[in-house]
Design a protein around this ligand. Structure first.
Ligand SMILES: C[C@](O)(CO)[C@H](O)COP(=O)(O)OP(=O)(O)OC[C@H]1O[C@@H](n2ccc(N)nc2=O)[C@H](O)[C@@H]1O
Ligand SMILES: Nc1ncnc2c1ncn2[C@@H]1O[C@H](COP(=O)(O)OP(=O)(O)OP(=O)(O)O)[C@@H](O)[C@H]1O
Length: 284
């Protein structure tokens, strides 16, 4: 039997870092939502007790370093599953981009294997398993739009933001999330974004409000290291995006655009100097 799961990319509409915790992680306040840019996973049960990963993408690990492999290993061990699985990853989400590509693959693997092996694991338990793999994985289990606190694993569901276009652009820089958090200094933050105000903008379906409340304190670190990301933000704004922000720890920059007529102008303008550009819709 074969089953299929879609693993969409996330963007952070706002991201604030409160303080560093004794366990080394940072306490955060973020509002995340999904966009219609997704990896596709195909999973097939194997009678042999093994996990095999394949992908058309040449640039991701296919061994135990792959987050889908780690997810399969975790669920197999925790629920005493003796059979194996073959997982094919059709990668479309750029890697190490701030779009949670690996986390979403891990979440899709947990959801998929729960079905494939008929384990009946409740969604809250799947989220707890996901938290063992990474801070973004619990959000990726259910997706939608949510306020995330703690290290990112404590989730409060929110309504979806007003529908719009999302133009994503990733420069050929690979950013390490651990390095960006490691270089973050809370005393250097000039302005903290507000989760409450972003939440209000979403709840009142105000597109303008969402654009005004976009904010990510990790930009201060990544943009200093890579000034070309700041240049990309400015270019996207000049081309007419209504609101622009870096997602997660970067380097992907996204622009929210309400009018379809503006999208191709922004897309084509960016393609001039950035190879990886996508124009998608929010996943509502
Ligand atoms: C930047 C974001 O993607 C925004 O959604 C997340 O906060 C990061 O989520 P993630 O990639 O799933 O992160 P993890 O795999 O859990 O952690 C990678 C590394 O980032 C740092 N990290 C991550 C999350 C967090 N709240 N505080 C941290 O300091 C830690 O050094 C950790 O070792
Ligand atoms: N299934 C996977 N897809 C992509 N990258 C993977 C996967 N498994 C492991 N990795 C590794 O994880 C690292 C981070 O990749 P990923 O695309 O998940 O980053 P990201 O988009 O910045 O995630 P986040 O936004 O959660 O920080 C890369 O070094 C990559 O080699």
């Amino acid at each position: 039997m074969k089953i299929y799961e879609k693993a969409p990319a996330k963007i952070n509409l706002m991201l604030d870092v409160l303080h560093k915790r004794p366990d080394g992680y940072h306490e955060v306040e973020m509002i995340m939502t999904m966009v219609d840019l997704a990896d596709r996973l195909e999973m097939e049960a194997l009678s042999r007790d093994t996990i095999i990963i394949s992908s058309q993408a040449g640039y991701i690990p296919l061994d135990e370093k792959n987050l889908a492999f780690q997810a399969a290993k975790l669920i197999k061990e925790r629920y005493n599953v003796r059979s194996g699985v073959y997982i094919h990853l059709d990668k479309n989400i750029p890697v190490a981009a701030g779009l949670a590509g690996g986390s979403s693959d891990a979440a899709a693997t947990l959801r998929g294997l729960n079905r494939l092996w008929d384990l009946g694991i409740p969604v809250e338990e799947l989220k707890q398993l996901g938290a063992e793999l990474g801070s973004d994985v619990p959000f990726c289990i259910t997706g939608g739009t949510a306020l995330a606190t703690g290290r990112g694993e404590l989730l409060t569901p929110l309504p979806n933001p007003p529908q719009c276009w999302v133009v994503l652009a990733k420069l050929p820089i690979n950013v390490s999330t651990a390095e960006i958090y490691g270089r973050f200094r809370s005393e250097e933050v000039v302005a903290h974004p507000s989760a409450n105000r972003m939440r209000q903008a979403i709840e009142t379906s105000s597109f303008q409000g969402v654009c005004e409340e976009l904010g990510n304190v990790l930009e201060e670190v990544t943009l200093k290291l890579y000034p070309e990301v700041a240049h990309l933000k400015e270019t996207m704004l000049k081309l007419g995006a209504d609101g622009v922000l870096m997602s997660g720890s970067g380097p992907t920059v996204f622009g929210l655009v309400s009018k379809e007529a503006k999208v191709s102008r922004i897309y084509n303008g960016l393609r001039g100097f950035c190879k990886e550009v996508y124009a998608v819709r929010l996943l509502t």
